[in-house]
Ligand binder design. Structure first.
Ligand code: HGY
Ligand code: MN
Ligand code: MN
Length: 412
């Protein structure tokens, strides 16, 4: 059967997305399934059940990455893979990550509908803790798979309550036995919502993702001295929150001074003792820098270090400054990018080359397998927000491109 005559079932894809969205549903219509929580387990269990119903075999590795395999004619050939993540942000949406996982499952279901045999196996992957919200850094499990981090580092990542990924994987029953990575993959694709406004603004259905911007994540702890908010003179204070507030202002300034592409965010902050009439003695906060140009990202890094030192010195604060993660800019595999572009062109879909502003597991898997990504628009470019939304027809279009790109690479 000609591949051209095969199309995915958009309604079935949408129904699966809505079914998965019931797990960890929030009042405002979003999803909260933080990595390795009971809700993440429920989402994983549902995915595994659906894949087994579709005739897939399931393997789980030591980082909890799940691989659902549809057999091909030759089991010894490296698989063609589609994957993403099921974990969400605390106020996440229904589509970030989940779309790429369930689009991969829809490809399997569609091949089954047509009794279509591939030479190589087809695999759908669920990568653990892509978001980096509960456990930092992001993409840590695909990072271990790609050899960026070692297994001990991955399993020892702890959340703010001190629970480690290893402990939580055991607790939810996803501490698999498979080695993490070290096996050949013929090609890997990740379908994802854009999480920005470009495709919608340009009225394009498909984003042909050529790469992703670089990221640097930091954790900064400022220590001053708790004191009474009343009797303590302003000139003698060592106020850690004033220091943090000034650095937050400079993070924003550094981002604005490196436009048009820089992104600079402080999204996490803990104030101690966090009491309204005590001068804050300690503040812990995280900084997220991004830029597609590595040199500019390095310049932003140097500027942040300098201003942080200066501000801490001026106020008399101790500072612990740690860069906890550096992910360089990524260029995806030219053949996979071309396969995505061809899939969009063959289907007559308006498409646009685009660099991803967000990080994705594909960025790490790209180091060990030829990798490409497919973007579809999301409403208003909004993501990491409960209002995240996408059109069924766009999600179906992206899934069709995924199907054809995978088959093109499978037979290349
Ligand atoms: O932060 C990111 O870019 C991704 O959502 N983990
Ligand atoms: Mn994502
Ligand atoms: Mn995300």
């Amino acid at each position: 059967m000609s591949v051209k005559n095969i199309n995915i079932n958009g309604q079935r894809l949408w129904d699966s997305l809505m079914e998965m969205a019931k797990i960890g549903a929030t009042e405002k219509g979003g999803n909260c399934r933080l990595a390795l929580t009971d809700l993440d387990k429920q989402g994983r269990d549902l995915f595994v059940r659906w894949c087994e119903e579709a005739g897939c075999s399931i393997k789980v590795d030591k980082m909890g990455n799940i691989f659902a395999r549809r057999a091909g004619r030759n089991p010894d050939l490296p698989p063609v893979m589609a994957g993403s993540h099921l974990d969400t942000q605390p106020t996440g949406g229904k589509f970030d990550g989940v779309y790429g996982v369930l689009a991969g499952l829809e490809v399997v279901r569609t091949l089954n509908d047509h009794s279509y045999e591939t030479d190589a196996p087809v695999e759908v992957a669920v990568w653990t803790n892509e978001e980096g919200s509960r456990f930092a850094p992001a993409m840590v499990a695909s990072g271990v798979f790609a050899g960026v981090f070692d297994l001990d580092y991955g399993l020892s990542r702890a959340d703010l309550d001190g629970k480690t990924m290893g402990e939580e994987l055991e607790r939810i029953g996803y501490a698999g036995s498979e080695e993490v990575g070290g096996r050949p993959i013929r090609a890997n694709f990740e379908a994802h919502i854009e999480q920005g406004p470009i495709l919608e603004d340009e009225e394009k259905t498909i984003g042909v993702v050529t790469g992703a911007q670089g990221q640097r994540w930091y954790e900064i702890t400022l220590t001053g001295m708790e004191a009474h908010a009343g009797p303590t003179p302003m000139r003698t204070r060592k106020d850690a929150l004033v220091g943090a507030a000034r650095i937050v202002g400079d993070v924003n300034r550094i981002g604005l001074e490196n436009q048009p592409n820089a992104c600079a965010t402080v999204g996490l902050m803990q104030v101690s003792p966090n009491s309204r009439n005590v001068i804050p003695g300690q503040v812990f906060f995280a900084v997220d820098f991004r830029h597609p140009d590595d040199e500019i990202l390095s310049k932003m890094d140097a500027e942040l270090r300098a201003v942080s030192e200066r501000i801490a010195g001026e106020i008399g604060l101790e500072m612990d400054f740690e860069q906890i993660w550096y992910s360089p800019p990524v260029n995806f595999d030219p053949d996979c990018v071309a396969a995505v572009r061809a899939g969009a062109e063959e289907a007559g879909m308006p498409h646009l080359d685009i660099v991803s502003g967000a990080g994705h597991d594909a960025c790490y898997i790209n180091r060990v397998a030829p990798t490409g990504m497919i973007f579809v628009p999301c409403e208003g470019g909004i993501s990491h927000n409960e209002a995240e939304n996408a059109k069924p027809e766009d999600l179906a279009a992206g899934c069709n491109v995924l199907l054809h790109a995978m088959l093109e690479r499978a037979h290349a």
